[in-house]
Write a protein that binds this ligand. Structure first.
Ligand SMILES: [Zn+2]
Length: 336
């Protein structure tokens, strides 16, 4: 994985390439952005750019150094994944021990924490020392959904790099060529993945259709009223949890699908059917009360966005869905 293999994220890549070219790479970065958008992939490409002797500052992808990086056997690249649910203090101490030695193969050592939001407070505090006085030639890359999930003391010692989702059309045409999807399947996948490349590449079209169906059920149960949506938030989410790592993972996935549907409700209420993401749902959108009222549609969309922010802040998933559902129910009854 090198910079050249990355789809999109032009602004981020330009910034990283420039700092590599002028030799002003920061000692610590914090990559933030929605899950599945490509942060960890860019972090790995950045590691190649930092360590590749063949094409320094870019990464060639084929030299022994790049190959070892790909195989996760590079002696100077350290990836610290959570041990169970958390990144523990022992893991941070282990990393610090490894970083105390001079790089053996590359000009510098790289450490990536792909889920830095899972650092325990103890582990984060232990890491502060490394962030303040990184040993010799070391670059740390912390990756997290948002900066607010990390202690401010950690955030303030990192250079922040924000990732945004890809435009839907760009993702759809990439999926059509890379995964060989039909244009319809590529568009549906891109819409449901909401510009997150990783999610779009890892998801099956059938699974995404089922996900969209669930999101639609949730939306209509909320339009029916508080009782229906409270019931759905209990049973629907619980059903979704099966086959997923956690209730939170289910909640995040569902929220992504909901965002694209809620956006379509806004477009429907504004009378712009040509801008729909899910064109085949046009009639169903119009059947929702909010589908005919711009202010109500906007309130539905904002409720889903607020739900996303709460999930990112690790609030209880079921509670988030209940609160969001009640707000959507109110919006559909014209009480906003
Ligand atoms: Zn190389």
């Amino acid at each position: 994985m090198t910079f050249r293999d990355i789809l999109g994220h032009d602004r981020v890549l330009e910034r990283l390439r420039r700092s590599l070219a002028i030799g002003r790479v920061a000692h610590a970065y914090l990559f933030v952005g929605p899950e599945g958008v490509g942060k960890a992939t860019v972090a790995r490409a950045f590691a190649a750019a930092l360590t590749c002797p063949e094409e320094p500052g870019e990464g060639c992808g084929g030299c022994p150094s790049c190959r070892r990086l790909k195989a996760a056997t590079h002696p100077d690249a350290h990836v610290v994944e959570p041990d169970g649910q958390e990144v523990k203090i022992e893991q941070v101490r282990g990393l610090q021990k490894a970083l105390a030695y001079r790089p053996s193969m590359a000009r510098c050592a790289v450490a990536i924490l792909p889920q830095a939001e899972r650092l325990t407070l103890q582990a984060a505090n232990a890491l502060l020392k490394t962030l303040e006085e990184p040993p010799g030639e070391t670059v740390l890359v912390l990756v997290a959904p948002t900066a607010s999930l990390l202690p401010p003391t950690v955030v303030s010692r990192c250079e922040l790099v924000s990732f945004t989702p890809l435009p839907q059309e760009e993702l759809a045409s990439f999926l059509a060529s890379r995964r060989g999807l039909t244009p319809e399947a590529a568009e549906l996948t891109a819409a449901l993945a909401a510009g997150r490349v990783g999610l779009a590449l890892d998801s099956e079209v059938g699974d995404l259709k089922a996900l969209r169906e669930r999101a639609w059920q949730y939306l209509t149960s909320a339009a029916e009223g508080p009782g229906s949506v409270l019931a759905w938030s209990k049973h629907g989410l619980e059903e979704m949890r099966r086959g997923r790592s956690s209730l939170k993972a289910a909640g995040l996935e569902l929220n992504t699908a909901l965002l694209s549907l809620a956006r379509d409700v806004v477009v429907t209420a504004a009378g712009q059917p040509d801008r729909l993401i899910h064109v085949d749902l046009a009639e169903q959108y119009a059947s929702l009360p909010a589908g005919g009222q711009p202010a109500a549609a906007q309130a539905v969309f904002e409720a889903v966005q607020a739900g996303r922010a709460q999930l990112d802040r690790n609030l209880n998933t079921q509670l988030v869905y209940e609160t969001m559902g009640l707000a959507i129910a109110e919006a559909n009854r014209g009480r906003t």
